[in-house]
Design a binder for this molecule. Structure first.
Ligand code: PHE
Length: 502
C-alpha cells in the first residue's frame, strides 16, 4: 500500500479509468483540476516511476485568406488548364487567361505551376499556351486544399501523400501553421503493479489556519511540501518592445551624463545631409543606390544665403578655412534635393548652425534610411545614436572618455577605439566592441572632431566633437541576436522571451 498526495492519487485513478493512457487535457477535464496542477501531479508520479509522460508534437494547419480563395475557385494552374482544355488544348495566353477569369497577380503563379506539373508549356515567342500532358482530375495539393477548406487538420494524422502536399501548400504560402505539443500520460508496469497492491491518498493540509494553531491540531496533520522549483504556468506580462527598452535606456544614459535630446526632420535636404558636412557633390554616397531621393516634392529650401555661400566657397576652394577645397563648381540645385536622411549627423549639424555658442552637449536617437537590400545584417530603415559636444578646450580624448562611459553604463566593457576616416572629421576614430564567442571586433560608431571646413561656414569657433553609429548593431550585441530582421518582425515568441535588463 503506498500513499500518494491527493492530486497525484486523483490523477492516477483517472488515467486508470481512461484505460491507462490519457492526454493532459482529458485528465484536466475529467478531474476539474487546473492544467498546471495536473502536470505537477504527473511529474511527481513520473518521478516515482508510476507513469511516463510522452510528448507528441502536433502541427495544425489551416488555410490562410489566399488559401481559402483558391479553395473556392481552384488553384490558378487548374483554372488556366481547364480554360485551355475547353479552348482545344492550344490558345494564346491572353485568351486562356480571359476564359479562366484569372486575376492578374496569379498569372505568373499559374504559368510556373503549369510547367512544374507538366500540364502545359508556354511558347514565349508566340505567347501561346500548349497542353503538354494529361492532367489528373485532382492532385494531392488540391485534395488537401479541399479538406482544409472544411476545417483545420493535424498534419501528423493525415495520410502520407497529403502530408507532402502540406509542404507544397506551405511553400505556396497558402497555409497558417501552428505547432502544439500534446502530452500523453501513461501508466507504467510499475504503476500497474503498485495500483494492484493498493494506493491511498494522504490527506494533506496545504494551508496553515488559525484554527489549526489554536486547537493544536497542527502537531498531528501532514503538511504538503511545496516544490518551489517545479515549473508553474508561464506568465507573460505586457511589456515594452526590447528595441524600445534599449532606446529608452540609451536616452536615459545620455541624459544622466548631462546631454539634451534633439530631433530633426527625416526628410532632409542634401545640403544638411551632405554639403554642410563637406561631402563633395560627386561623393558616391549620394548615388541613388545608396540614398533615397524624394520624387515629390523634389527639392527643399536652403538655409540663409550667408551659410550657403560660405559652404559653396569652402567646397570650391576652401574659403578661409585653410583648406584647398574639393576644386569643382558647387551646384545649389544638387544641395536642394530632398532625401531621406542617411545619417543623424544631418540633425546635429542643423542644430549646430543655430547654436554657435558653447557649451553644447546634445544627442539624438532617431531613424535613418539607406537604399540597401534587406538581409541578416542590414535594413533600409534603422536607427542611429548621434551626438555632439562643443566647448572651448575639448579634444578627441574627451570624446573617447565620454563614449567609454556611455558604453560602460550600457554594460559593454570591451570597447576599443581605432583611427578612422570621415570626410567631415579630423582626427577621426571608430569604436569597436569585442565578441569573444565570435573572436571578432564589431564596429559601433564613427567619431571625430568636425573639420574647420564644416564648422567655419556655420560661424562656429570652438572644437566640436561628434559621433554617430547604428543602434541596431548595439542591440544585436546586447541581446545576442544574429539576424537584424528579428528586431522588427514582431515575432511574439521572441519578444516574450527576451528579457532586457539595464
Ligand atoms: N555619420 C557617420 C555614419 O553614419 C558617423 C559619424 C558621425 C562619424 C559623426 C563621425 C562623426 O557612419
Amino acid at each position: 500500500m503506498i500513499k500518494l498526495r491527493e492530486n497525484e492519487y486523483k490523477t492516477l485513478l483517472i488515467i486508470k479509468r481512461l484505460g491507462g493512457k490519457a492526454s493532459a487535457e482529458q485528465i484536466t477535464s475529467e478531474s476539474g483540476l487546473p492544467d498546471a496542477t495536473v502536470m505537477r501531479a504527473a511529474l511527481a508520479l513520473q518521478e516515482k516511476n508510476l507513469v511516463r509522460i510522452l510528448e507528441e508534437k502536433r502541427t495544425i494547419v489551416e488555410l490562410n485568406d489566399e488559401g481559402k480563395f483558391h479553395a473556392r475557385r481552384g488553384l490558378p494552374e487548374r483554372r488556366l488548364i481547364n480554360a485551355l482544355i475547353s479552348l482545344g488544348g492550344r490558345a494564346p495566353l491572353e485568351k486562356a487567361v480571359k476564359k479562366a477569369k484569372l486575376e492578374k497577380q496569379f498569372i505568373p503563379i499559374a504559368l510556373g505551376w503549369l510547367k512544374r506539373k507538366n500540364w502545359a508549356v508556354l511558347d514565349v515567342k508566340t505567347n501561346t499556351l500548349q497542353l503538354s500532358g494529361k492532367p489528373k482530375k485532382e492532385e494531392a495539393d488540391e485534395e488537401l486544399l479541399k479538406l482544409l477548406n472544411e476545417k483545420k487538420r493535424v498534419v501528423e494524422d493525415l495520410p502520407l501523400e497529403l502530408q507532402s502536399a502540406v509542404k507544397i501548400l506551405k511553400r505556396r504560402k497558402l497555409l497558417k501553421i501552428e505547432e502544439k505539443t500534446k502530452r500523453i500520460i501513461e501508466i507504467t508496469d510499475t504503476g500497474w503493479k503498485t495500483i494492484k497492491k493498493g494506493i491511498r491518498a494522504t490527506a494533506e493540509v496545504t494551508q496553515l489556519t488559525p484554527e489549526l494553531i489554536i486547537t493544536g491540531k497542527w502537531r498531528k496533520v501532514k503538511f504538503t511540501r511545496f516544490d518551489v522549483t517545479a515549473p508553474g504556468p508561464v506568465v507573460y506580462p505586457a511589456k515594452i518592445h526590447p528595441v524600445q527598452q534599449i532606446i529608452q535606456r540609451v536616452k536615459e544614459i545620455f541624459t544622466e551624463m548631462g546631454f539634451t535630446e534633439i530631433r530633426g526632420p527625416i526628410v532632409e535636404t542634401a545640403f544638411w545631409n551632405f554639403d554642410a558636412l563637406f561631402q563633395p557633390q560627386d561623393h558616391p554616397a549620394r548615388e541613388m543606390h545608396d540614398t533615397f531621393y524624394l520624387a515629390y516634392p523634389k527639392t527643399g529650401r536652403l538655409p540663409k544665403k550667408s551659410i550657403v555661400n560660405r559652404v559653396a566657397k569652402t567646397h570650391e576652394d576652401g574659403w578661409k578655412t585653410g583648406s584647398t577645397g574639393w576644386r569643382y563648381h558647387w551646384n545649389p540645385e544638387e544641395a536642394k534635393k530632398l532625401i531621406l536622411r542617411t545619417h543623424t549627423t544631418a540633425t546635429t549639424i542643423r542644430y549646430l548652425a543655430d547654436h554657435e555658442k558653447p557649451p553644447i552637449k546634445v544627442f539624438s536617437v532617431d531613424r535613418v534610411y539607406r537604399n540597401e537590400k534587406m538581409d541578416y545584417k542590414s535594413l533600409a530603415e534603422f536607427h542611429q545614436i548621434e551626438g555632439i559636444i562643443m566647448d572651448k578646450n575639448v579634444t578627441l580624448r574627451d570624446l573617447i572618455g565620454t563614449l567609454k562611459e556611455f558604453y560602460l553604463k550600457l554594460g559593454l566593457k570591451r570597447v576599443r577605439f581605432w583611427p578612422s576616416y570621415f570626410p567631415y572629421t579630423e582626427p577621426s576614430a571608430q569604436s569597436t566592441f569585442h565578441v569573444p564567442k565570435l573572436k571578432k571586433w564589431f564596429e559601433l560608431c564613427g567619431m571625430g572632431v568636425f573639420r574647420p571646413e564644416v564648422t567655419a561656414p556655420l560661424g562656429v569657433k570652438y572644437p566640436v566633437l561628434a559621433w554617430g553609429g547604428g543602434l541596431e548593431r548595439l542591440i544585436m550585441l546586447k541581446l545576442s541576436v544574429d539576424d537584424i530582421r528579428l528586431l522588427y518582425k514582431n515575432d511574439l515568441d521572441w519578444i516574450r522571451r527576451t528579457a532586457v535588463c539595464q
